[in-house]
Design a protein around this ligand. Structure first.
Ligand SMILES: *Cc1c(COP(=O)(O)O)cnc(C)c1O
Length: 483
């Protein structure tokens, strides 16, 4: 696209000649205000694109009405500028029924974590600066003491995510050597994290022992040889092997490893810092007993059950963590100041366990009483039904939420929500009607994410703590369904 008046001089297409020029639109007062706000180059680029769209829509026919009205053009341009600047990463309402949903950003951060990050990184901070001595500091030291205190570990370090924590641990201990792991624990986590491939990336050779359902201490003993560097235990976080099964616990494995002068690493995946059963939830492995059982290294995620930012937490003995910290990959995988600030604030919440179900959103959502969720569903149902009528009907339904993110796959939490069904006679097929509704819900100013199951669209209200967020969307929902 070159000259501003390019289509004014196009004598072959009289319809196009009626479209205004860039220069003329730029002189409109509404557009001048946009230029003041955003600068000339951005607004001009958006205007060119807008006029190109209008030109394409005009073709050889009549220009669209708004193309001939400068005020309407200015409005369209203002909307286009706003859309262009709107973030692609947006907040959504997670009514999917999966509390820690990997595709929806996993853990919802606690307010203190958000405040901490705003407060800390809006200026310079002591990320690697020791305020006591005035010398260079170590970023790990910002959370190491806290992690040690909370888990009983001698030492701790943090990296970008748990996949990185596992990769780094294996690289530090077993590059060019062997890692022994049970065939029952070769997990694949969504998003292409596969234990065998991580081993390969880390330059280690994986030695599989046992079978899918049963692995015994002597399987590990027999596999240990000259080239063995590490025994590895992986929590099968997103599946359960049930029935005729046997696995070797950490204490036994630690004894075997240490008797051969080897280290034992345990990847917990989610890893809960508190005993979830004390909050009435299904139990999930904690790093504390793993360390007590003799694991040299335990790795887990920051943004799963811990309820913090994306991070990989590595806790263990001083010797093991030291070895990991000195590995060159640590520098490549280190945590940046933003998640570090959020992680520190999140971990601080754990110092006050009684307040945790109030202060930590992940836990708060997991322990949210069924009665409260049901009440919310009952209050919302008539308003929602009104918004989707007459094409759909909505009713209160009992549901089962999942904890998500691979944690506790077989355990669900009783929940409640809305079930929306197409009304016969108003749509051609149930499937396409549900797809259309799901699409409209996703198109709302705050997208609403539900799930389709058995010819109904289900909205699990466990994660909707503020009903007004959904109520505010109902007029737009009604309008879009009526189109
Ligand atoms: C989730 C998980 C990982 C990966 O953790 P990220 O924080 O997503 O990188 C690794 N191992 C297990 C067992 C997991 O559940």
């Amino acid at each position: 696209m070159d000259g501003p008046d390019e289509f004014l001089i196009d004598s072959r297409e009289p319809a196009l000649r009626r479209l205004p020029s860039v220069d003329r639109v730029l002189r409109h007062e509404g557009v001048a205000r946009l230029v003041d706000e955003h600068g000339r180059s951005f607004v001009t680029a958006q205007l060119r694109a807008l006029l190109a769209d209008l030109r394409a829509r005009t073709g050889t026919g009549e220009p669209p009405a708004e193309a001939l009205d400068d005020a309407a053009l200015a409005r369209a341009l203002s909307e286009r500028c706003a859309r262009r600047l709107a973030p692609k990463l947006r907040s959504v309402l997670n009514l999917s029924g999966v509390v820690i949903h990997t595709n929806l950003g996993r853990a919802v951060l606690a307010q203190p974590a958000l405040q901490q990050v705003l407060h800390t990184v809006s200026g310079a901070c002591n990320l690697e600066y020791d305020l006591d001595t005035g010398r260079r500091g170590e970023r790990d030291s910002l959370v190491e003491g806290l992690l040690a205190e909370l888990t009983g570990a001698e030492a701790a370090t943090v990296v970008n995510n748990n996949a990185a924590a596992v990769l780094l641990t294996i690289a530090a201990f077993a590059r060019g050597r062997e890692v022994v792991v049970s065939r029952g624990e070769l997990v694949e986590i969504g998003g292409a994290f596969r234990m065998p491939e991580i081993m390969e990336c880390a330059g280690a050779r994986m030695v599989e022992v046992g079978t899918t359902n049963r692995t015994h201490p002597h399987d590990y003993e027999r596999a240990i040889g000259r080239r063995t560097a590490l025994l590895m235990k992986v929590h099968t976080s997103n599946y359960r092997v049930q029935g005729f099964t046997a696995s070797v616990d950490e204490a036994t494995l630690a004894r075997i490893a240490h008797a051969h002068g080897l280290a034992l690493a345990s990847d917990l995946g989610s890893g809960a810092l508190v005993d979830l059963s004390s909050y009435g939830l299904p139990r999930e492995p904690q790093p504390q007993p793993m360390l007590a059982a003799g694991c040299d290294v335990v790795t887990f995620s920051g943004d799963k059950l811990l309820g913090g930012p994306q991070a990989g937490l590595i806790v263990g003995t001083r010797a093991a963590v030291g070895k990991i910290r000195r590995h060159p990959l640590k520098r490549a995988l280190r945590l940046s100041k933003l998640p570090l600030a959020m992680l520190e604030a999140t971990l601080k919440l754990y110092l006050r366990p009684e307040r945790l179900p109030i202060d930590l959103p992940t836990l708060r959502l997991l322990v949210r009483p069924l009665t409260a969720i049901r009440e919310s569903a009952q209050a919302l149902a008539p308003r929602f039904a009104e918004a989707v009528a007459p094409r759909y009907q909505a009713s209160v339904v009992e549901l089962a939420s999942q904890i998500g993110s691979g944690s506790l796959p077989t355990e669900t939490l009783p929940s409640a929500g809305l079930a929306i069904e197409p009304v016969r006679g108003f749509s051609s097929g149930i499937g396409s009607a549900l797809e259309e509704l799901a699409g409209v819900l996703r198109s709302l100013p705050t997208p609403v994410i539900g799930r389709v199951s058995q010819d109904r669209l289900l909205l699990d209200l466990r994660c909707l703590e503020d009903e007004s967020a959904l109520v505010a969307l109902l007029p737009t929902l009604r309008e879009r369904l009526a189109r």
